[in-house]
Design a binder for this molecule. Structure first.
Ligand code: TTJ
Length: 644
């Protein structure tokens, strides 16, 4: 325990928690649902630290009926002894002193999972109550805070116990957060992700609001993470796993990877001290360098290269990899507050050496797998060179910007200013016809999709590719797909999916999104994909020659619309696009001045990957359930941003 850092008296300590309440954003980010869940991650992170130090194998998170959350571990218990400098029990300081958490922990990797790593005191400051129970030395200890971190029950003994561990239960303050409703799926995702990252620790989730209970425990950790991500894909290699501790730098590196057939892109996730590093950084750089060198060297030494060296992209095509490193807190460096990118320099060489040495050894020991893998890399290389050559030839013969032969189904836009053009992909021929009449012919193109072929319950993307509709779609967009997709060639600035507001429509949306994400990923990440949101109601009446009307996109809006139109109104309830005429469709869904669009906004590739696995998996009932649970036409999905 450090011995010279505490000089704050209790008044300053309280002041500290007040500061958190005044500016919660500085400590937990936004005070929306995301921030709300950070309260849990801060607490769970402490329990995880203890488990990673080897104390306790089970962490239980419970949401209670009163909206509070309890986190229980089986560790050594937060120390209850009196802290000499402060003259107060250490456990009390943990919850009332900002940043105190780590000072009482001997873990090198503290703040696991807590995004800002600000500690348990922040959770306390933003709660209406927080109860701590410590089971240690045969005694139950208890203390309680209320009202944003005011100590109301000092540390007390409650009686004997045989248990060991810590239980923290808190209820978030509705005056701070825009919502205080914990979401079961968000918590489960977080716990599952941690369970994958720390093999062998059991995470239990109980939701007493619904009676639901789930357990996540993966003895094989990252390897099961990969298995879970690649579930339905056809593997080219087994899951390959490396784990190494570097004594000099004290960096622990764990890598799991697998190659699959029929996959064009690479999926690489990285973590530093259990924090997801979305934008990669030194560990990912080291991984890429080491992987490229190992495979090139091996291929060269075994006479498998056909001429030129393989490029990194050739080597990574079809890979799924997870890199998880753990490093001492004092050299854990991120590019910014949001911790998206690791910058600790030494990590690059450490990870590079691990993957280079271990993979070289693995390939030598597993010649057949090595041959399969190198053949795939060489095939990728050749495909890439052929695509490049074809493109150069097309460019030089000035065919490049000529329209590809378009399906007769497409009604093209007249303008050649591609970025201003919009492609509407419309569910059904009849709605397609209406859209054709309602469109702006200069900038809007219509591509009707027949609902039927998309509607099968066991869709494989490979089959979708052979499907005529998708072939048309690829041609229409005009920029290729998969490895040869080139975003600079797209023929439309906005690609707008327009379906009925029902379950089938939602299913078509998700199939299309999945298709785009998989084969034209940049279209999605660069924000070119939109979903049109048709209204649910039209409220109208005729007064003489005057027509008064209002559209409504939700039941709340319907009530407002009824008032606006006034007595004697009639209501159209739209069950599908087909029930609108061209003018109505134009006004509500197509005209940029009046329509409602949502932009598909991928914030979290982890969730997307997961969503895609559910959606494209073999289990049709899971998929249907997902669509029913998550696609709500009255609210805007969290992945989507409202735009015009
Ligand atoms: C610190 O070093 C001495 C033995 O106990 C170590 C410790 O801090 N253990 C510990 C803390 N176990 N569990 C926690 C903990 C658990 C939860 C749920 C919440 C918090 C803030 C801490």
């Amino acid at each position: 325990m450090s011995n010279n850092t505490y000089n704050a008296d209790s008044i300053q300590v309280l002041h500290g928690l007040d500061a958190v309440r005044k500016r919660p954003g500085m400590y937990i980010g936004p005070t929306n649902s995301t921030g709300l869940h950070h309260l849990i991650w801060e607490i769970v992170g402490n329990a995880i630290d203890e488990a990673m130090c080897g104390y306790g194998k089970t962490i239980t998170v419970t949401i209670f009926k009163d909206g509070s959350c309890g986190v229980l571990d089986e560790g050594r218990g937060i120390p209850v002894g009196i802290n000499k400098e402060e003259g107060r029990p250490a456990v009390e300081l943990v919850f009332s002193e900002l940043h105190a958490g780590g000072k009482f922990s001997d873990s090198a990797y503290k703040n696991a999972g807590g995004l800002h790593g600000v500690g348990a005191a922040v959770t306390n400051a933003l709660s209406v109550y927080l109860d701590v129970t410590v089971y240690n030395d045969g005694e139950i200890y208890h203390l309680r805070y209320e009202n944003g971190g005011h100590l109301v029950t000092k540390l007390e003994k409650l009686g004997p116990t045989k248990k060991r561990g810590t239980l923290v239960r808190f209820k978030p303050d509705p005056e701070i957060f825009s919502t205080v409703e914990f979401k079961a799926d968000v918590i489960q995702d977080h716990l599952q992700e941690n369970a994958f990252l720390i093999g062998g620790v059991k995470f239990i989730f109980n939701d007493e609001r619904t009676g639901e209970s789930k357990t996540f425990c993966y003895e094989k950790g990252l390897q099961e993470y990969i298995a879970n991500m690649n579930g339905e894909k056809s593997p080219l290699t087994p899951i390959i796993h490396f784990h190494e501790f570097d004594e000099d730098s004290r960096v622990e590196t764990e890598i799991s990877l697998q190659y699959c057939n029929g996959v064009y892109d690479e999926t690489i996730f990285s973590y530093a001290n259990l924090i997801r590093t979305r934008d990669g950084g030194s560990h990912e750089t080291g991984f890429r360098n080491g992987l490229t060198r190992a495979i090139n060297d091996f291929a060269e030494n075994n006479g498998l290269l056909k001429g030129k060296k393989l490029e990194g992209a050739d080597i990574r095509e079809g890979i799924t990899a997870i890199i998880s490193i753990k490093i001492p807190e004092d050299i854990l460096l991120f590019e910014s507050q949001t911790k998206g990118k690791l910058t600790t320099p030494v990590v690059t060489t450490v990870v590079q050496n691990v993957i280079y040495n271990k993979l070289t050894y693995y390939l030598t020991e597993n010649k057949e797998i090595a041959l399969d893998l190198i053949h795939k890399c060489v095939a990728s290389q050749q495909a890439r060179m052929a695509a490049r050559k074809a493109k150069e030839e097309a460019r030089s013969s000035k065919k490049a910007k000529q329209e590809v032969i378009l399906s007769d189904k497409l009604t093209p836009a007249q303008s050649k200013q591609y970025m201003l053009n919009e492609l509407f992909i419309v569910e059904g021929d009849s709605a397609g016809g209406t859209a054709k009449k309602g469109r702006d012919r200069i900038h809007q193109a219509i591509l009707p999709l027949r609902g039927k072929p998309l509607n099968t319950d066991s869709v494989s993307l490979d089959r979708l590719l052979q499907n005529e509709e998708f072939a048309t779609l690829i041609n229409t967009i005009g920029a290729g797909f998969g490895q040869t997709f080139d975003i600079s060639d797209i023929h439309y600035g906005k690609i707008i999916i327009m379906t009925d507001a029902d379950t089938d429509g939602a299913h078509i949306q998700t199939l299309l999104l999945t298709f785009f994400y998989k084969y034209m990923k940049q279209l999605v990440t660069a924000g070119h994909i939109y979903i049109a949101v048709p209204p649910l109601y039209r409220v109208f009446k005729e007064e003489g020659h005057k027509k008064i009307q209002q559209y409504a996109w939700s039941d709340e809006e319907l009530e407002i619309a009824k008032k606006k139109v006034g007595a004697g109104y009639k209501i159209n309830r739209y069950k599908g696009l087909g029930e609108m005429d061209a003018i109505q469709l134009k006004e509500t869904t197509m005209d940029p001045r009046t329509r409602l669009l949502v932009k598909v906004d991928i914030e979290d590739p982890f969730l997307v990957e997961k969503r895609i696995n559910v959606l494209m998996g073999r289990d049709a009932s899971l998929r249907r359930k997902w669509v029913e649970d998550n696609v709500d036409f009255n609210t805007v999905d969290t992945f989507l941003k409202e735009v015009k």
